[in-house]
Design a protein around this ligand. Structure first.
Ligand SMILES: [Zn+2]
Ligand SMILES: [Zn+2]
Length: 132
């Protein structure tokens, strides 16, 4: 599949071939066919070294996709659903998650985000997590 890769060294996005379709590895994984993905100001800031992000991953953290596969523990989504992807992963256990429960997951002390810390949405297919 084609994917836009964040190249922080050269400060650009590059269109590359990546694995065909991501696979279910953990039972709360959800595989989606990306319908659309937006370019966020954060994406630009990462490319220009003004916001920390991982080099060489699939860019993009704001997207809509059609669900094509779900892990065995996923009960909130099924194949064929159209989903808005919530990119922030949070632990629900740290002090900030307890304090800000349901308000702002970016305050999590164990926070991570698709397309910033690991492969994101600017590809034909992407793997996300369902809250199970
Ligand atoms: Zn954003
Ligand atoms: Zn947390």
């Amino acid at each position: 599949m084609k994917a836009l890769i964040a190249d922080h060294v050269n400060k650009k996005l590059s269109l590359e071939e990546r694995e065909e379709i991501p696979s279910i590895k953990e039972q709360d994984d959800v595989i989606v066919r990306i319908v659309c993905a937006g370019v966020c100001g954060t994406d630009i800031s990462i490319l220009h070294g003004k916001f920390p992000g991982k080099h060489g991953i699939v860019n993009g953290h704001e997207a809509i996709g059609d669900v094509i596969k779900v892990g065995d523990n996923v009960t909130t989504l099924q194949v064929g659903d159209r989903a808005v992807l919530q990119p922030n992963l949070f632990c629900d256990d740290c002090e900030n998650c307890v304090k800000y429960k349901g308000i702002n997951s970016t305050h999590c002390k164990n926070w991570s985000t698709f397309g910033i810390h690991f492969d994101g949405a600017m590809a034909e297919y992407a793997k996300f997590k369902a809250k199970v």
